[in-house]
Structure formats: structure tokens, C-alpha cells
Design a protein around this ligand. Structure first.
Ligand code: ATP
Length: 339
């Protein structure tokens, strides 16, 4: 649905080129929640703003639903942007207008003038975001979470197919962040809307996204399904983001290294069915091997529970090998641990 092909973006500042994006290639599928995570200055805002052509690439193509955005004239781009809603970190509401008037605004901009149908659509949207009783208030009378709900209602006014979220929860406390992320999930499921979000928090990615791209110094350094990237991070930047997001950090395996000498150390990842079954103890019994647990954690990724255990196996080497192969055949991911 959204294709970024070989994107390069640089800004000219006082005659000096500042590179914001280098050779970015991304494919975002229809109906998914796609997250882009990176530190400050990595290029996230530039990247998300490419998708509605608020920023144009210096090189490369942006193709949305088969349309090369560069081929659109001003009117074509205006119409295209009506199909792409956007929400912002600081909400960007009009302070002089009520909640209702803020939500009605994009409908009026799109040329709708029938007051009755505008009012009906505004009511529908305020109902969707749970703000009906605040319709006559002004933004200054709302909490941060409520303001973002107005932002979401406004962004959805013209039935967009894509919603872009620019650090939409960064100004909110953890509990309000959870409620806004929950709302985004509901909207994604109920309306089938494609959502692209940028954030610097792995927790946001883990809670709502299906897939993620990690951006570092203008380049995408890693991407894939959230469970894959979160549980098996490859790039140093990704590893640091994951560490920051671990609620129960894995025990420092090196502390127990002395005890583990001469043993086979592996990290096991349990997903889906294998989380709920005693696969490890059964395998140990069946193959006649012993294991001790060096570290472990349980994580929630979107609606999936995942477990990871680092274990040291003892026993005959051939049996250890067969036991690990058996675990792998049951769907457990088995990785070597380099200490
Ligand atoms: N309009 C601009 N003019 C000049 N340089 C810019 C402009 N916008 C962004 N940059 C530069 O491009 C690089 C990427 O910036 P960008 O805002 O995309 O990063 P970011 O990951 O969104 O950071 P943050 O989270 O701090 O907003 C930075 O070096 C930034 O200084």
C-alpha cells in the first residue's frame, strides 16, 4: 500500500547539506500498524512526513496505493492528503474553536457545507473516541489524553485510509499513553485503517505495532515483525531500545558463567502454543538431559505472550543435541548465547 523506494533526503542549511534519510526502502501493507523507532535526529519525522509529501525526497519514489506522489499536481496532492490523516505530539488543535468545531474543520476544508451532515459526522467521531460529553469545551479545558482524542477524531473526519502518528503519545503519561494506544488499536481493527507511527519508545512499538523499522543516523538498520525484532534484535541500536523496554530484564548471564562452564548454553524463545505447554521439562525427561535456568523473562507483544529462557544443559552431548533439535521441531527458537 505504501512504498518508499530508495529514498534519500537532505536539507540545505546555509549552503551545507544535512542528510536526514539515506537509501530508505519500506513497504507498508494495507491494514497493518507499522512503527518506526529511532533516537532524536535519526530521521523519523522526515520519514513519516514523506508519506503525505509534506517533505519531498531529494531522490527516490513515494508510492501510495499505486500512485507515485511526484506525479500529482497541487490539486491531486490536496485530494490525496484528504485520504491520509495525521496526529501530532502537541495535538495542534485550534485553541479558539470548540472540540466539535475542531473536528468539523477538515470537513469544511474538504468543501462540505451541509451543516446537518457535518454535525452527524462530528457526533459519530466524538462517539468513536469517547468524547461526546466534551463537544462544547475548548482545548484548554481538556487533559492531554482528551486533546489527543480530539486530534484522532479530526484526523479521521474525511474517512482516511491511512493514519500517520507523529510521536502521538510522547507528551502523555504512561496510563494515558496506554489508553490512546488502545484506541488506535480499536480504530485499526474496526475501520481497517493502516497506521504508521513514529516513536522513540519500544514500549509503544510492542503494545500496538505489527511490524517495525529501526532508524539510526538516517538509515533503516533493522526491520521485521515486532516479535522477531524485539526477541532477536540484531543491531546495537535495536538491542539498546529493547533493553530500555524490558520490564523484567533478563538476568545477567555472565554472572553465572562460572557455574555454566562446560555446559551447553542456549536461549530458548517460546511463542504461541509453546508458551502454555511444559515442553522443556518433557523434553528433558524424554532425552535424559538436565538443565539449569540462567535467566528468563516473559513479554507481552501486542496480544501475544512470549517467554525467553537462557538455560545451561548437562548430559551426554549427543542427547543434548537431540533434545535441542526436538525443542526446535516443536516451534521453540533455539539460539546460541555468546557471552
Ligand atoms: N527543515 C529542516 N531543515 C534542516 N534540517 C532539518 C530539517 N528537518 C530535519 N532536519 C535535520 O534532519 C535530521 C533528521 O531530523 P528529523 O526531525 O527527521 O529526526 P527525528 O528522528 O524526527 O528527530 P526528533 O525525534 O528529535 O524529532 C536532523 O539532523 C535534523 O536536524
Amino acid at each position: 500500500m505504501i512504498e518508499l523506494q530508495a529514498i534519500h533526503k537532505s536539507y540545505q542549511v546555509n549552503g551545507v547539506a544535512i542528510t536526514a534519510l539515506t537509501d530508505v526502502n519500506l513497504h507498508i501493507a494495507s491494514g497493518e500498524i507499522f512503527g518506526i523507532i529511532g533516537h532524536s535526529g535519526a530521521g523519523k519525522s522526515t520519514l513519516i512526513r514523506m508519506i503525505n509529501f509534506l517533505e519531498r525526497p531529494t531522490q527516490g519514489k513515494v508510492i501510495v496505493e499505486g500512485v507515485d506522489l511526484d506525479s500529482l499536481d497541487d490539486e491531486g496532492l490536496r485530494q490525496f492528503r484528504q485520504g491520509v490523516g495525521m496526529i501530532f505530539q502537541h495535538f495542534n488543535l485550534l485553541g479558539s474553536k470548540t472540540v466539535s468545531a475542531n473536528v468539523a474543520f477538515p470537513l469544511e476544508i474538504a468543501g462540505k457545507s451541509d451543516k446537518q451532515s457535518i454535525d452527524k459526522r462530528v457526533d459519530e467521531l466524538l462517539d468513536l473516541v469517547g468524547l461526546k460529553r466534551h463537544k462544547n469545551k475548548y482545548p484548554r479545558q481538556l487533559s492531554g489524553g482528551e486533546k489527543q482524542r480530539v486530534g484522532i477524531a479530526r484526523a479521521l473526519a474525511n474517512h482516511p485510509r491511512v493514519l500517520l502518528c507523529d510521536e502521538a503519545t510522547s507528551a502523555l503519561d504512561p496510563q494515558t499513553t496506554r489508553s490512546i494506544l488502545q484506541l488506535l488499536r480499536e480504530i485499526n481493527e474496526r475501520l481497517g485503517l493502516t497506521i504508521v507511527l513514529i516513536t522513540h519508545e519500544m514500549d509503544v512499538i510492542r503494545t500496538v505495532c505489527d511490524r517495525v523499522a529501526v532508524i539510526d543516523s538516517s538509515r533503516i538498520v533493522e526491520s521485521g515483525p515486532v516479535s522477531q525484532v524485539f526477541l532477536h534484535p540484531q543491531h546495537e541500536t535495536t538491542k539498546r531500545f529493547v533493553q530500555e523496554a524490558e520490564h523484567f530484564p533478563a538476568e545477567d548471564v555472565s554472572l553465572t558463567l562460572d557455574h555454566a562452564a562446560q555446559k551447553t548454553i542456549r536461549r530458548l524463545t517460546f511463542l504461541e502454543d509453546t508458551v502454555h505447554q511444559p515442553v522443556l521439562s518433557r523434553t528433558a525427561r524424554e532425552f535424559g538431559v538436565d538443565f539449569s535456568i540462567l535467566g528468563g523473562r516473559i513479554e507481552q507483544i501486542k496480544s501475544m505472550t512470549c517467554g525467553q529462557l537462557t538455560i545451561a544443559l548437562e548430559g551426554d552431548q549427543a542427547r543434548v543435541h537431540d533434545a535441542l533439535a526436538h525443542l526446535a521441531s516443536l516451534g521453540v527458537t533455539v539460539e546460541e548465547v555468546t557471552l
